[in-house]
Design a protein around this ligand. Structure first.
Ligand code: S3P
Length: 658
């Protein structure tokens, strides 16, 4: 039985946070911004503004931003790293497009680089800016600003990012713009520009900004993000008892489609204390459990609920009947192809779901849901499935739980608190106790590359209620310290890196053993692009590997653990009470790698090429992948991941019973 309780304060609205920085920066003057969302996406906007010459202070709950306005914008010396953030890219590209003399190249992570940018390049080019793409569409994209002409643009997409790029380009050049959309998208840009002194009109099908306004920055109070609140509305709805209270949630009508849909599905949701703060309606949501029914989503509602549709699909898995979402092909160009990814993941956990060209169908049931969710780094997928996973009886693992930092840092802790579970992250350091204690359960999992050991190990740890050691994070911690030292990565040596290793200690979270750097997790830094780009260089150094192995050994001496990796059963834990060696035939391993990488079913041709690569890699690795004689070999070729997990859990339970 799941009981929810308490007051859940979800962080600031992502869309408004981006705009608070960006519009204050171009308006000029001084503004106080309270309640900004300090997430990876908003950090990207701050970073990009700084690179363009605006002195944005570090993000805090109460910050003051001073700017000389548009005239302060400069051509940056490096490409602008927009991380995972489409809003940063498209809105900032609009601003740059309107500044004659400024040229900037926009770059981002793999997911962002796949997203379409011609949708902004077309209107902004018509206005007079110049766009250059290295590939037909997507990042990297170079934008050269100009003194633009006005525009009257009919957009094919109901997209606030496209609309905002055009309106901001017009403001940036002091000209007029009209944008028409097929259905109305969120209007935070219009509201904030108008608060700063621009003349903005709401058109029946879009917005118009008049030429030549003089802007001045205004203070912003960022309300709680309705798209983040929606996860807890869904959690309360799926619970069996209790009530959740969500204060100060933004109730802008262009954002409340998700709540309307959930209410139609039976969710009991009340709004208290509704009021207008800083031009946005906010209120306190009170939500309690409900029995859920299927629904249909299409038309205008799609844009009003665009970010909540993955969650609606997950809730539909528990609703009576068939839910259909259509006219939603925009979902295919979000942080992932959210139609394909949601359906594949729903199926992977046992839900009857189907893809449509422009949406999806989900048939609800009460059956327990179990399996592994592949997020493709998409924060909203991680959280939507995380909510389903919080329902007792379901056993759902998420491949990349940390990707929630894009919009909701601290999501897992908030989820654990709302369900009354232990907080999932404790950062107190673990005293390192030298010498292994023979009685502790250590499950050592080894096997060749792409045998699936890492994801299986995480799931086994969860089932056994013990911790997984994230050995990769220790390489990342040393990499971060290397970067902080200012020495060029090409010049790093093991001695240089290990000189700082004393600053890395062990920390416990509910689910894993993690490195702490100077006593803190620094998750954003450790998972960031800069560390990712250099970590393999660090992991290739033998004495660094020896150091990480030593930390992993310490972890197993402090707490019961499941550890996976090379040499784990032979060199690192030769005395582990349970050693597993996972194998699978090369074709199957190649297929799994591709599914993970591509997020779809690979063709036989693709698998053949990948198999060849694996065979070569195995030949190079032969010395490292030999099983320890005491290891139990599990051939996973024809086992589902659930079956692999079951088998290892059964063996571990037998060891425990001895
Ligand atoms: C956003 C607009 C939406 C939304 C995104 C944030 C914004 O994207 O999905 O999370 O802040 O303008 P589109 O405008 O591309 O639909």
């Amino acid at each position: 039985m799941l009981r929810v309780s308490g007051v859940v304060r979800v962080p600031g609205d992502k869309s408004i946070s981006h705009r608070a920085l960006l519009i204050t920066a171009i308006a000029g003057g001084e503004a106080r911004v309270r309640g900004i969302l300090p997430s990876a996406d908003v950090h990207a906007t701050a970073r990009v503004l700084r690179a363009l010459g605006i002195p944005v202070p570090s993000l805090s709950d109460d910050l003051v931003l001073r700017s000389d306005g548009l005239t302060a914008l400069r051509t940056p010396s490096e490409p602008l790293d927009c991380g995972n953030s489409g809003t940063t890219t498209r809105l900032m590209a609009g601003v740059v497009a309107g500044r004659a003399g400024v040229t900037a190249t926009f770059a981002g992570d793999a997911s962002l680089s796949r997203r379409p940018m011609q949708r902004i390049a077309r209107p902004l080019t018509q206005m007079g800016a110049t766009f250059a793409f290295e590939r037909g569409d997507g990042l990297p994209m170079q934008v050269t600003g100009a003194a633009l002409q006005g525009i009257d643009w009919r957009s094919e997409h109901a997209s606030a990012q496209v609309k905002s790029a055009i309106l901001l380009a017009a403001v940036s050049s002091g000209v007029e713009a009209k944008v028409h959309e097929p259905t109305r998208s969120r209007d935070h840009t219009e509201r904030m520009l108008s608060a700063c002194g621009a003349t903005v009109e709401v058109l029946p099908d879009g917005a118009r900004v008049r030429a030549g306004a003089t802007l001045r920055a205004v203070d912003v109070q960022v309300p709680a993000d309705p798209s983040s609140a929606a996860f807890f509305v869904a959690l309360a709805a799926l619970a069996h008892g209790g009530e959740l209270v969500l204060p100060d949630v933004c109730l802008n009508p262009t954002r409340t489609g998700g709540f309307d849909i959930l209410q139609r599905m039976g969710v009991s949701l009340r709004v208290d204390d509704e009021r207008v703060v800083g031009g946005e309606t906010i209120g306190t949501l009170v939500v309690s459990p409900a029995s859920l029914v299927a629904t249909q989503v299409r038309g205008d509602e799609v844009a009003r609920a665009i970010d909540e549709l993955p969650l609606v699909a997950c809730v539909a898995a528990r609703a009576h009947g068939e839910t259909r979402i259509t006219e939603a092909s925009e979902l295919r160009v979000k942080e992932s192809d959210r139609i394909a990814a949601v359906v594949a993941n729903l199926r992977a956990i046992g839900v009857d779901a189907e893809e449509l060209p422009d949406g999806l169908v989900v048939r609800g049931s009460d059956r327990p849901l179990a399996g592994r969710v592949i997020t493709h780094g998409d924060h909203r997928l991680a959280m939507a499935f995380g909510v389903l996973g919080a329902v007792p009886g379901n056993a759902i693992t998420i491949d990349d739980p940390d990707c929630v930092d894009v919009s909701f840092p601290g999501f897992w802790e908030t989820l654990a608190r709302a369900t009354g579970a232990a907080p999932s992250v404790a950062t107190e350091p673990v005293a390192s106790s030298p010498g292994a204690s023979g009685r502790r359960l250590v499950v050592a999992i080894d096997g060749p590359a792409a045998s699936g050991k890492s994801s299986t190990a995480q799931w086994v740890a969860k089932r056994l209620g013990i911790r997984h050691v994230d050995s990769g994070a220790f390489y990342r911690a040393l990499t971060a310290l290397g970067l902080r030292s200012g020495v060029e990565p090409e010049a790093w040596t093991a001695e240089h890196l290990l000189a700082a290793a004393g600053r890395v200690t062990l920390g416990l979270t509910e689910r894993s053993v993690v490195p702490l750097v100077d006593g803190e997790r620094h998750e954003e830094e450790l998972r960031g692009a800069a560390v990712t780009a250099q970590v393999s260089r660090v992991a290739a150094l033998p004495s660094v590997r020896a150091w990480v192995n030593e930390r992993v050994r310490e972890a197993g001496a402090s707490t019961e653990v499941v550890v996976d990796g090379r040499d784990i059963g032979t060199a690192v834990f030769p005395d582990a009470p349970l050693k597993i060696f996972m194998v699978a035939d090369q074709w199957e391993r190649a297929r799994r790698r591709l599914v993970q990488r591509l997020g779809r079913k690979p063709t036989d041709g693709e698998i053949a090429v990948e198999t060849e690569e694996l065979v070569a890699r195995d030949a190079r690795d032969a010395t490292q992948s030999r099983p320890d004689p005491a290891a139990i070999t599990i051939d996973t070729t024809s086992l589902t991941q659930e079956e692999q997990v079951e088998r290892i859990v059964a063996l571990a339970e037998a060891v425990r019973a001895r």
